[in-house]
Design a protein around this ligand. Structure first.
Ligand SMILES: NC(=O)c1ccc[n+]([C@@H]2O[C@H](COP(=O)([O-])OP(=O)(O)OC[C@H]3O[C@@H](n4cnc5c(N)ncnc54)[C@H](O)[C@@H]3O)[C@@H](O)[C@H]2O)c1
Length: 450
């Protein structure tokens, strides 16, 4: 998280023409007006750009804070929504304290599973940071309403959700909306520079294979509370239910899988793999695996091996590497990015600029570049690659759950929908516990995935 306090004297006032362009296209898109008919929609100079936060948990609060730390003081946090009152309240308190001049939510604080509709209706730019299962529906609502979007990864938990995001990405383009997705390695200088070295300078030659890793000890578990419905329990423990999360290969490992797609410049054509629950077997861990090992095949036979693990006491690499015809590129988000030739000589090493030799925080850069695009009419739409990388992670889950080779096309076109079209507090969750409280676990060789 960026800890730089904004400089309150350096108020950034965008060029009137570019801001008009943004407001004009955003308002025209929302109302369905043709741009040429929207001339009355111009805003007076000094108007605020209103940010709405949907999903006020850890990352949503972080993203909102970054959106308010860009130095563009005409961006205000204007409305907030969360399924849960306690999460909303703590985010309102924290953000108001940290950014008191830019938080102006008044009574635009909404609680419930329909809170997103109310937030979207009030704002120009929305931050979507709920559990990923909801993302396609929230993205659809935001784009249909003509709003610019920052959305966290992953952008879906199932293939129908991915298809919805791709469909709405096209609508966003047609409406001239701006969309950034929270795959922050794409906004980190060491990765950007490494990509340039690979593509423009050919430092490792052609990529022929790769390894990507996200191994860790795992994440939080929330206790079941007395009187909670099954839906309330699963929403609080969304990480462990596929309709909400898509398994940790989707929720965390997507970052490294996305780097593979980005550096190779393609999506995989197929995947095969293995996985299971070795250590984390209790009912409190819902239905997700604690490890996956997937072999992705890209066009021209390029292979990427992917591993992700949630097991305590093991080695925890989180990084990527790519072998080319001339050498190997090593990447990690701590900035230790370099390439060696096959004699072990280092042929390139990333060095951050600046006195502290640190990259700018990529979480902050995402918002700086989104706001720059909005203010200056630049095109930005990350929804396509975010959808592709989400689908790649889901393809990996399909491979490890089924124990079979799964083709990209079959996976993307899968009709198996985990996330209900609409979720209300009366919805019966699609993942159901047995009489002892255990959830069904995918069994390789038996489970049908596409
Ligand atoms: N880019 C990154 O490095 C990064 C890091 C952490 C999390 N994330 C992503 O951010 C998203 C949120 O993760 P988090 O760690 O903040 O989780 P979290 O549990 O802290 O926050 C999620 C919030 O969404 C709320 N919520 C649930 N369903 C909702 C709904 N239908 N409408 C409105 N609010 C709803 C919850 O009450 C909660 O406050 C996830 O997609 C996660 O993968 C990204």
């Amino acid at each position: 998280m960026n800890t730089n306090e904004p400089n309150h004297h350096a108020i950034y006032v965008p060029q009137a023409s570019s801001r008009r362009g943004f407001l004009r296209s955003s308002i025209a898109a929302g109302t369905g007006l043709a741009l040429s008919n929207a001339s009355n929609a111009f805003a007076a100079p000094g108007d605020q750009i209103k940010i709405g936060l949907i999903g006020c948990g850890g990352r949503g609060s972080g993203a909102a804070s970054q959106a308010l730390s860009s130095g563009n003081y005409n961006f205000k946090l204007w409305a907030m929504g969360d399924a849960h009152q306690d999460r909303l309240d703590s985010a309102v308190n924290n953000l108001s304290e940290k950014h008191k001049d830019q938080v102006d939510v008044g009574d635009r604080k909404f609680v419930g599973l329909d809170a997103y509709e109310k937030v979207i209706s009030q704002c120009d730019l929305v931050i979507l940071a709920t559990p990923p299962g909801f993302r396609p529906y929230h993205f659809e609502a935001a784009v249909n309403a003509g709003k610019n979007v920052f959305m966290e990864k992953p952008v879906a938990a199932d293939a129908p959700g991915v298809r919805k995001v791709i469909e709405m990405a096209k609508v966003a383009d047609a409406k001239g909306l701006h969309v950034v997705a929270g795959l922050q390695r794409r906004y980190q200088n060491c990765y950007r520079e490494a990509l340039k070295q690979v593509k423009e300078n050919g430092i490792i030659g052609e990529i022929v294979s790769g390894q990507v890793y996200w191994n860790s000890a795992g994440v939080w578990v929330k206790d079941r509370e007395e009187g909670q419905t099954e839906l309330q329990y699963q929403l609080r423990n969304w990480y462990y239910f596929n309709w909400l999360c898509g398994d940790h290969i989707n929720e965390q490992h997507i970052h490294n899988i996305d780097v593979a797609n980005w550096f190779i410049g393609a999506n995989p054509v197929s995947a095969q793999g293995m996985g299971g629950r070795q250590v984390r077997t209790g009912k409190e861990f819902g239905e997700i695996y604690d490890h996956h090992y997937v072999e992705y095949t890209y066009p021209n036979g390029v292979r990427v091996n992917s591993q992700c693990r949630h097991q305590k006491g093991c080695e925890n690499p989180v990084r990527e590497e790519f072998a080319g015809t001339k050498g190997i590129l090593y990447l990690d988000n701590g900035g230790r990015c370099y390439a060696n030739d096959y004699k072990g000589n280092t042929i390139w090493r990333y060095r951050a600029e600046g006195a502290d030799r640190k990259d700018p925080d990529p979480y902050q850069v995402e918002h700086n570049e989104l706001q720059d695009a909005i203010l200056n009419g630049k095109k930005i739409n990350n929804a396509y690659y975010a959808a592709d990388s989400t689908m790649t992670a889901i393809l990996g889950r399909f491979a490890s759950y089924s124990g079979k080779t799964v083709m990209w096309d079959a996976a993307l076109n899968s009709a198996i929908q985990l996330m209900p079209n609409k979720v209300t507090w009366e919805t019966v969750p699609p993942s159901k516990p047995d009489e002892k409280g255990f959830y069904p676990i995918a069994i390789p060789g038996v489970t049908k995935v596409v």
